[in-house]
Design a protein around this ligand. Structure first.
Ligand SMILES: [Zn+2]
Length: 327
C-alpha cells in the first residue's frame, strides 16, 4: 500500500496514489493543513514511492533506491528546513544553483521544503523563479501549516493537497504502542486537538499532564480584578515551558471551550474531564457570550502572534481583558 505510514488523511492519500499510479507528477506540490497531522511524513513517503525501482504504487524497501532512501543517502533527494525561524535567501540560492544537475540515480530530483511559509521575502521571490521554469526532472514538495502566509504566486504554481485534523480514535489507537495507561491515552488524544505531532510531543513529556492541571488551577482561581495574577500566569509559562505560548494558547482555548460546554450541559464533549471540580467552581463565574468573546479574542491574537513585536505584552493585554469578563 502506498503512503502506509500516513494515518488518516484519506483524501490526500487518494490524490497522491493517483499520481503514483499514473507516474505523472506536478513540478510542485503544496501539502497544507494544521501542524502535526502528517504532511512531512506524506512528503517523505511520496518521494520514497516515486524513487522505488520495483513497485509503482509504494515502495519495496529492498531495492537500491529504497535502501539509499531509508538510510538517508538518496542522491536525488533533499529536505530543506527552517533555521533560526526562517528559510533564508542563501539556502534558496544554493538550491537554485544545484538545479542544473541532472538526477544521479532516479528519473527525478525531489526537494521537500518544510514550513514554506517561513521563507523570507527575498527567498520566496528567488524560489518563485525556479517554480516558473523548473527543469523537467525536478519535483518540489512544499509543506505549510499556514498557507495564507505564502506568496499567492507560489500557491498558484503548486498543486494543492489538503491535510485535515485527525480523529480522536486515530490518535488514541496510535498512542497504544507508546502509552499503557488507557485513561492517559484518552486525555492526550482529546487534548491534542487532532494533531498527532502534538499528541506525541505530549506523550513524551511525563510532566505535561500535571503541568496542565497546575495551569488550569492557576487560571481558575484568578481574581477578576487582579493584574498581578495575570502577570504571574504568564511568568509561569515563561518559567515552566520556556515561553511556549502556542502550547499555552491551546490549553487555555480548550479550557474556555470546556467551560462553555459545561454551561450548556454538553458534558460529553468536555476535554479536561479530570478537572471537573474546577469546571464546577469556575463555570458559574462566566456568561456564555463572554466565553465566546474570549475564544474569538484568543483566536485573533494567535493568528497574528508571530508578527507581534512584543509577544509577551500582547498576551498579557489580552489575558487582562478576558480575565476582567469574569463575574
Ligand atoms: Zn524499492
Amino acid at each position: 500500500m502506498a503512503l502506509e505510514k500516513l494515518l488518516g488523511q484519506d483524501r490526500a492519500r487518494k490524490i497522491l496514489k493517483g499520481h503514483l499510479e499514473k507516474a505523472r507528477y506536478h513540478h510542485a506540490y503544496l501539502f497544507h493543513g494544521p501542524a502535526g497531522v502528517g504532511k512531512s511524513t506524506a512528503a517523505r513517503e511520496f518521494a520514497h514511492s516515486i524513487f522505488c525501482e520495483e513497485i509503482s504504487q509504494g515502495y519495496c524497501g529492498k531495492c537500491v533506491s529504497c535502501h539509499q532512501f531509508l538510510t538517508g543517502n538518496h542522491p536525488d533527494y533533499q529536505e530543506i528546513e527552517v533555521e533560526d525561524r526562517t528559510i533564508k535567501i542563501d539556502v534558496i540560492r544554493e538550491l537554485r544553483r544545484s538545479l542544473t544537475l541532472k538526477p544521479f540515480k532516479s528519473l527525478y530530483r525531489i526537494f521537500v521544503i518544510r514550513q514554506a511559509e517561513k521563507f523570507t521575502r527575498e527567498a520566496a521571490n528567488s524560489f518563485l523563479k525556479s517554480l516558473e521554469e523548473p527543469p523537467s526532472y525536478v519535483i518540489f514538495i512544499l509543506t505549510s501549516d499556514n498557507r495564507k502566509l505564502l506568496l499567492p504566486t507560489i500557491i498558484s504554481r503548486s498543486f494543492p493537497v489538503a491535510f485535515n485534523y485527525l480523529g480522536k480514535n486515530i490518535i488514541e489507537s496510535y498512542l497504544e504502542s507508546k502509552i499503557e495507561d488507557r485513561q492517559k491515552r484518552k486525555v492526550l488524544s482529546e487534548i491534542s486537538g487532532g494533531s498527532l505531532g502534538f499528541a506525541c510531543q505530549l506523550a513524551e513529556d511525563d510532566n505535561f499532564l500535571e503541568q496542565r492541571k497546575e495551569l488550569i488551577s492557576l487560571w481558575s482561581k484568578m481574581d477578576r480584578k487582579s493584574f498581578l495574577e495575570v502577570f504571574n500566569l504568564v511568568q509561569w509559562v515563561e518559567k515552566e515551558w520556556n515561553g511556549d505560548y502556542v502550547q499555552f494558547f491551546q490549553l487555555l482555548q480548550y479550557w474556555l471551550r470546556d467551560l462553555f460546554y459545561w454551561k450548556n450541559g454538553q458534558k460529553q464533549v468536555i476535554l479536561n474531564r479530570d478537572c471537573a471540580d474546577l469546571l464546577q467552581e469556575e463555570g458559574p463565574l462566566w456568561k456564555t457570550e463572554d466565553l465566546e468573546k474570549a475564544l474569538n479574542l484568543l483566536d485573533d491574537l494567535q493568528r497574528g502572534f508571530d508578527r507581534k513585536i512584543n509577544r509577551r505584552l500582547a498576551l498579557e493585554a489580552t489575558l487582562l481583558k478576558i480575565n476582567g469578563w469574569r463575574q
